[in-house]
Design a protein around this ligand. Structure first.
Ligand SMILES: Nc1ncnc2c1ncn2[C@@H]1O[C@H](COP(=O)(O)OP(=O)(O)OP(=O)(O)O)[C@@H](O)[C@H]1O
Ligand SMILES: [Mg+2]
Length: 437
């Protein structure tokens, strides 16, 4: 294997002109490029400015000796990896041991035997090349591994997201279906029941007009408080109707949420998605014990229907809103809301560049600068084990940025709440469709 490279050179350090000329001749005859230094200081300066491939270093020199020169070269990050061979007439074991302990790779005794000098130089240049190529390979492998790990992490997040989404979607679809049948049954029977009760009430009133009741009937009427019962029955029926209407509304929202869980692009009303998500989170917005009710303030602008993955957009709303509720709960626990009402504001609009802009802000605990930098990384969470998986926002990021070619931004400061901004383009071009599928 050739050890001659065009760019590399060997630095010979020796104060003795005869030694210098012998070594120079040997090296140049073998085709090596070289430079010379006549003392330790200038050797260090030269090596710093232009790193040689190898240094042949004399031990006994005026000024700093070879050992000190070696120590300084090894202490300097720029020169520490250059292989260094001592050339010396000192043949005692102590000197040799000292040379190696200072980091020299070899030792060439003086007077020089030409073949030995060349053999040792050649071996060490080869070793250096091998080491460098090994280092490069290791670094390539690490880069490859890092890339693969990132890809794996992303695939995992995607899997979890799909799993979360389809499990949630299926569960909700199932519940909506189960609720829907009995509620329809009740709702559809309420109207005839109302009519029958009105008829029966009229007949009773007619009886009362046409007949004098017997004493037994009078007592029964009084015991039952018939007048009140007849009046209240109509009210009860009315409230039952309101109740069933509300359940139908909820089950509609559940179906909107789950229907859109499929993995296909369709045109969707994002306000409907936001509302159905809020409906599902309703139980977390209600006040409980010392916790006040979380106020939802909507500033909905005029939005067209958007070509998107509606189920995934619902997941985006769900993850951001759930985080906002967590941040408000935490602010309440830490007593940081002072006299403020916990609230979430949702603002939607279409900007001048035809992008849908959705802002969701809360007045919760806010996020510190150092946490902000990791917010969208998978598995980043500040919540206790079992409470947060740290996947919420990384999924949001993936859906908004990768799936919808949108923009996701956050504006927050500790103690000042947080505002998440989602921007997605209204017009999904054909190429987007292709990329997204
Ligand atoms: N509105 C917010 N206010 C304050 N901190 C927030 C807010 N939203 C997110 N964070 C911070 O970002 C972290 C990451 O959020 P992310 O939704 O990714 O994970 P998580 O909520 O911890 O767990 P999960 O996977 O269950 O959603 C949270 O742990 C929290 O520290
Ligand atoms: Mg979360």
């Amino acid at each position: 294997m050739s050890t001659i490279t065009n760019t590399g050179f060997i630095l010979i350090v020796d104060d003795n002109p005869t030694n210098l000329s012998v070594l120079s001749e040997v090296l140049s005859n073998a085709g090596y490029k070289f430079r010379v230094a006549v003392n330790g200081e200038s050797a260090i300066l030269q090596a710093e400015r232009n790193q040689p491939q190898l240094i042949l270093l004399d031990v006994e020199m005026p000024g700093i000796d070879g050992f000190e020169t070696c120590r300084r070269l090894k202490a300097n990050p720029i020169t520490q990896n250059i292989p260094l061979i001592f050339t010396t007439a000192l043949a005692d074991t102590n000197s040799k041991v000292k040379a190696f302990s200072l980091g020299a790779v070899d030792y060439i005794p003086k007077p020089f035997a030409q073949e030995e000098v060349l053999a040792r130089v050649r071996v060490h240049l080869q070793l250096k090349q091998l080491t460098e190529s090994l280092e490069q390979q290791v670094s390539d492998i690490s880069d490859g591994l890092r890339l693969r790990t990132t890809a794996l992490e992303q695939a995992q997040v995607q899997l979890v997201q799909q799993e979360k989404l389809s499990t949630l979607g299926e569960l909700i679809a199932g519940i909506a279906h189960e609720i829907n049948n009995p509620i329809n049954f009740i709702a559809s029977n309420l109207a005839p029941l109302q009519e029958y009760i009105r008829d029966v009430t009229e007949i009773i009133q007619l009886y009362q007009q046409e007949y004098q009741p017997t004493e037994k009937i009078s007592i029964a009427i009084e015991d039952t408080d018939l007048e009140f019962v007849l009046e209240d029955m109509a009210k009860i029926l009315n409230s039952m109707k309101c109740g069933t209407d509300r359940i139908k509304h909820i089950s509609g929202a559940l179906r909107t949420f789950s229907r859109s869980s499929g993995d296909s692009i369709m045109s969707a009303d994002l306000h409907q998605g936001l509302d159905s998500t809020l409906m599902i989170l309703q139980h977390r917005l209600k006040g409980k014990g010392d916790f006040p009710h979380i106020e939802i303030i909507k500033h909905y602008g005029k939005l067209p229907e958007v070509d998107c993955y509606p189920g995934q957009m619902n997941q985006v709303f769900m993850n951001i809103l759930a985080n906002a509720i967590d941040a408000l709960d935490e602010a309440m626990i830490q007593g940081k809301l002072n006299a403020c009402t916990p609230k979430i504001e949702i603002t939607t609009a279409m900007d001048s560049a035809q992008w849908i802009v959705i802002q969701i802000s809360d007045n919760g605990i806010g996020i510190s600068e150092s946490h902000k930098q990791h917010l969208f990384e998978p598995l980043f969470t500040t919540k206790p084990v079992g409470k947060g998986t740290g996947l919420g926002l990384s999924i949001v990021h993936q859906i908004v940025v990768e799936k919808h070619h949108g923009i996701l931004e956050v504006d927050t400061q500790p103690g000042q709440g947080a505002k998440f901004m989602i921007k997605i383009p209204v017009i999904a071009t054909t190429s987007h469709h292709n990329q997204r599928s």
